[in-house]
Design a binder for this molecule. Structure first.
Ligand code: HEM
Length: 395
């Protein structure tokens, strides 16, 4: 396969990336690919080995202010690009520490009862309907409500968040990206002012204290972390639930097994994350210096991304990698990344994924696809693997 002409963000590629990855991986563990158009080349890691090596190598850095000091400065950087996911130590450590306590497995476990209530409520609202779009009726509302409650953001405003966060991760016009960032910031400014005057027991009110403390968090960083959590809470778990259901519906023997043995759900969620995970590509990394990496000459300032989806189908690490097997044990998948930027929300995403899928199958055991696979359309995103709609029949 001519890797340089591969259109990674084309419709054909999104329809079934795993077949393409299979052809690429064995010949090109780490290769230069054409990202969006002529002249825009990036390094991409396709094998599990290359992927983990990139994610753990501190010469691949995130902060564009360090890589391009003449072009990128505090002033022209958007708040989200100053959040923990786009900076390096020591800033990364400082920013992650401010919110990490709220996301430990122990603290997330306390949300179990509430997440269960939200999932049951959402499932009840679908009663009496024959065919629905599973994403808007179930997969989307659950994680949104949870992240909104955790942060202390009114969930009535979720359609606005959806629009803004979609624009931040989809392949859209740059103007659209800028306009959405501006609207998002104006909204947050008002909301944060309210929290300042009337603090509550939520993460936003806690973060306001850190900002007012001075030295721990600047105002732009405060916007950045809130935007990052809202985007991460909106764009990822929805696709764990929807891609996960799609994988089960297209593998009826695995679906039956899960219905017979509901105790397999935690393992099944790990396998669904590996098999058709919601984050197809890592976010951007940049070479801090020129060096040889996996036999290739990388030049200072080169752009590098990791195909998490390809790494998670690497047969060198996963037996029968292209098969869905919910009894797979100890899966070291990369769906949540690796290294210092390992997903902060992983315990929350796992909890939501387990509850959402279990409640759905308890209440709608005969759920089935209501459209041929070939008619399902994938979103054109730089990062996310998710469907635009997933029509299902409930009875
Ligand atoms: C199934 C759902 C999710 C998946 C598959 C996922 C995946 C990922 C991945 C792959 C990364 C690392 C990206 C990189 O290194 O380039 C990441 C980072 C992150 N995720 Fe998630 N995520 C999910 C849900 C969430 C949720 C629900 C939240 C929080 C509300 C969240 C918050 C974060 C944050 C804050 C980071 C940045 C961590 C850092 O830079 O230290 N994620 N996630």
């Amino acid at each position: 396969m001519d890797i340089q002409s591969l259109r990674l963000f084309s419709k054909e590629f999104h329809q079934n990336p795993y077949d393409y990855y299979k052809q690429i991986r064995s010949h090109h563990p780490f290769a230069k690919v054409n990202m969006v158009g002529e002249g825009h080349y990036s390094w991409m890691a396709f094998t599990y080995d290359a992927a983990t090596a990139v994610l753990k190598d501190e010469r691949f850095i995130k902060d564009m202010r360090t890589v391009f000091p003449n072009e990128v400065t505090d002033d022209n950087m958007t708040p989200i690009s100053q959040s923990m996911l786009f900076v390096d130590p020591p800033d990364h450590r400082r920013l992650r520490k401010l919110v990490q306590r709220g996301f430990t497995p122990k603290n997330i476990e306390k949300l179990r009862g509430r997440v269960e209530e939200i999932a049951r409520d959402q499932a009840d609202q679908m009663k009496g309907q024959e065919t629905i779009d599973f994403i808007s009726a179930y997969a989307f509302p659950i994680p949104i409500q949870v992240i909104c409650e955790l942060l202390g953001v009114p969930s009535e405003d979720r359609l606005d968040f959806q629009r803004w966060s979609n624009a931040l991760v989809d392949v859209t016009e740059y103007e659209q990206f800028e306009a959405s960032t501006a609207e998002f910031m104006a909204y947050l400014e008002k909301l944060l002012e309210q929290k300042r005057q009337f603090p509550e027991e939520d993460l936003l009110s806690e973060l306001m204290v850190a900002e007012e403390d001075g030295g721990r968090l600047t105002l732009k960083e405060l916007y950045g972390v809130v935007m990052l959590l809202i985007v991460a809470g909106h764009e990822t778990t929805v696709n764990l639930i929807a891609n996960g259901l799609l994988a089960l519906l297209t593998h009826p023997e695995q679906l039956s097994l899960l219905k017979e043995e509901p105790a397999l759900i935690p393992q099944a969620v790990e396998e669904l994350l590996r098999f058709n995970g919601p984050v197809e590509f890592s976010t951007d990394r940049w070479a801090r210096e020129s060096f040889t990496f996996m036999g290739q000459q990388v030049t200072k300032g080169d752009h590098v991304i990791v195909s998490l989806a390809s790494a998670d189908h690497d047969p060198d690490l996963f037996e029968n990698a292209d098969q869905l097997d919910i009894t797979r044990e100890q899966s070291p998948h990369l769906a949540f990344g690796k290294g210092i930027h390992y997903c902060l929300g992983a315990p929350l995403a796992r909890l939501e994924g387990e509850i959402a899928i279990r409640v759905l199958l308890e209440q709608y055991p005969n759920i089935s696809l209501a459209a041929p696979l070939s008619e399902l359309e994938w979103r054109q995103s730089f990062i996310i693997r998710g469907l635009k709609r997933l029509p299902v029949r409930l009875r």
